[in-house]
Design a protein around this ligand. Structure first.
Ligand code: AMP
Length: 556
């Protein structure tokens, strides 16, 4: 059974295997390690995933879904042709394509996997990720926190022992911080914190807002939101390698953005990074000087504005020796190796924490309208963990105790995330008028709640009842729905991707270039209909070269 790790990212997803004593990334059908987490529907109603879908983001925004990881575990749906799909279902399509790529690469069936999730993912988001895997025909051996997975790669490659690392993971949609110690092949996470709504996408949005304002006020030009977003993403990435970038709006009309200006535009986001970093240090009872290394992972840590902010905050340079896009998937594969008892990892031990407190609401004597949160498991305890508290009725007349279960840090329950309710009957009188509530966090950070009354009646919290979470019946219905959706054949995917790319460039160009692109597209479409793979393949290479040249401004 291969040891497989998956990084299901907001922007891109990756799959890796642990074999021959190392983690190895698996390429997709296009030969890339990064599979865009994008799903689109074409005019024939067939679903496309990954690269061909991403190419349609600009040309067909209404039929293309992206960044759906941000809304996993909610009721939000995307209408792609006829079906309406939830984030779990869209994620399952990405997972399915990764599974297929891995099976083609390894020549064996892939079922058991380790999937990474942001450390700051809550219980509902973790369960939803498991549902997505189930819909893709995968069995999750364990969910692991992304920064912990990344740390495994750094720790195992480090020659020095006994080090304290702070891992900063800024992805497309989330920011996670993990404080971890590596000693004698033991990885021990001390604390984690983060922000589920702070990532590279938010930086792109702020740049897009700036471009939109400038083009309107300076040139009186109104561009589509999708096109502006693409310009902003290009500018953001270009500023990682250059200090200044020119954004071409129209002939003789351009805007210049520098890293200094980006720093100014993105100040509100940079300031938001500070809070979870300080919380993690406080929770681990450490000061910045105690840290041996500050490690950056996640694609967005390439932004100079981020690196400078971290350097200023810690008064030293962070470290990034591994490819920040690759480490999480590799780390997840190492953890899969560890869990499937790979011989070369026999001595390695890993322990993690959950960054949220879990508890119940209790009566507030000074304000009966506002229940107080009583944590049963406090945040940043090593998982798996089990703790129990006893609760009594507040009045003699009570014949039942209602337990409202919450996740969060606020003193008042209304500010925390409600996971569910349990109601237990208690005797009218006697010594058995109480309920013992046991909370257990498993190694994936998923909660189980069991309540037992003084008379021995036991109830379990079925979190499936939480709004936003898919029930068993919904999963079955989704499986049926997904089976009926036509998925574009994977072996034709790369041809599809290049047509979509040419269509996008066609929409962005004018005049002679546009005509030349139209000819290319038409020629290729006619060829595709012949289904002569040899001829298609030959033409594909020429087509690709022409588009590469065009995008790099070398055409004509
Ligand atoms: P993930 O969700 O982990 O795939 O994160 C991808 C994020 O990294 C996206 O927001 C990208 O825009 C961002 N990213 C990738 N490459 C770069 C780069 N060279 N400079 C700045 N941001 C980047």
């Amino acid at each position: 059974m291969p040891a497989i790790g998956i990084d299901l990212g907001t922007t891109n997803s990756l799959i890796a295997v642990y074999r021959d004593n190392k983690a190895e990334l698996i390429p997709n059908v296009h030969g890339d390690y990064l599979t865009p987490s994008v799903v689109s529907v074409d005019k024939e109603g067939q679903l496309l995933t990954g690269r061909p879908a991403r190419e349609r983001l600009i040309s067909h925004p209404g039929e293309t879904a992206h960044a759906f990881k941000r809304l996993i575990g909610t009721n939000k749906t995307w209408k792609l042709g006829k079906p309406r799909l939830r984030s779990e279902e869209l994620s399952s399509l990405i997972l399915k394509s990764l599974k297929q790529d891995a099976e083609n690469f390894l020549g064996e069936t892939v079922t058991d996997v380790v999937i990474s999730v942001p450390a700051y993912f809550n219980d509902i988001q973790r369960r939803a990720t498991r549902s997505a895997a189930q819909l893709a025909g995968l069995n999750v051996i364990q969910l692991v926190n992304e920064p912990t997975a990344g740390a495994m790669v750094y720790g195992l490659n480090d020659t020095e022992d006994d080090k304290k690392y702070m891992i900063l993971d800024l992805g497309g949609g989330t920011f996670d911080i993990t404080l971890l110690e590596y000693f004698n092949e033991i990885f021990e996470v001390h604390a984690s914190a983060g922000d589920n709504f702070l990532g590279g996408e938010d930086f792109t949005h702020l740049i897009a807002e700036w471009i939109n304002n400038e083009t309107k006020t300076r040139f009186n030009i109104k561009l589509t939101a999708e096109y502006i977003y693409q310009l902003a993403e290009q500018a953001k990435k270009s500023l990682s390698d250059n200090n200044s970038h020119s954004i071409e709006i129209e002939k003789d009309k351009s805007l210049t953005i520098t890293n200094e200006l980006m720093d100014e535009i993105c100040q509100p986001l940079l300031e938001k990074l500070r809070f979870p970093i300080t919380t993690t240090l406080q929770d681990a009872d450490l000061i910045p000087d105690d840290l041996d290394d500050i490690v950056l992972i996640g694609g967005s840590t390439r932004m100079p504005v981020f690196r400078e902010f971290i350097t200023r905050m810690f008064k030293r340079f962070p470290r990034q020796s591994e490819n920040p896009d690759h480490v999480v998937a590799k780390g997840a594969a190492i953890i899969a190796g560890l869990l499937t008892q790979n011989e070369s990892l026999r001595e390695v031990v890993m322990t993690d924490v959950m960054p949220y407190s879990m508890g119940v609401g209790v009566y507030n004597e000074s304000n009966s309208e506002r229940d107080i949160f009583d944590p049963i498991i406090e945040r940043n305890q090593t998982i798996p963990i089990s703790r129990e508290n006893r609760y009594y009725p507040i009045s003699d007349k009570q014949s039942a105790i209602n337990l409202n279960i919450y996740q969060g840090e606020s003193r008042y329950v209304e500010n925390n995330l409600k996971l569910g309710t349990l109601r237990l009957n208690i005797p009218k009188k006697g010594d058995d008028r109480f309920v013992d509530v046991r909370f257990t966090y498993d190694a994936s950070g998923i909660l189980e709640v069991i309540a037992i009354t003084g008379t021995g009646t036991e109830k379990r919290l079925v979190i499936e009842q939480t709004p936003g979470e898919m029930s068993k019946e919904e999963i079955e219905a989704a499986l049926e729905k997904l089976n009926n959706i036509k998925i574009h054949p994977r072996n034709m995917d790369k041809y599809r991707a290049i047509s979509s790319r040419a269509e996008r460039l066609y929409e962005q160009s004018t005049g002679e270039n546009r005509q030349a692109l139209a000819n290319f597209i038409q020629e290729f479409e006619i060829l595709l209909q012949t289904q002569d793979i040899k001829k298609i393949e030959k033409h594909f290479e020429d087509f690709k070269q022409a588009l590469d040249d065009y995008e790099h401004q070398e055409w004509f």
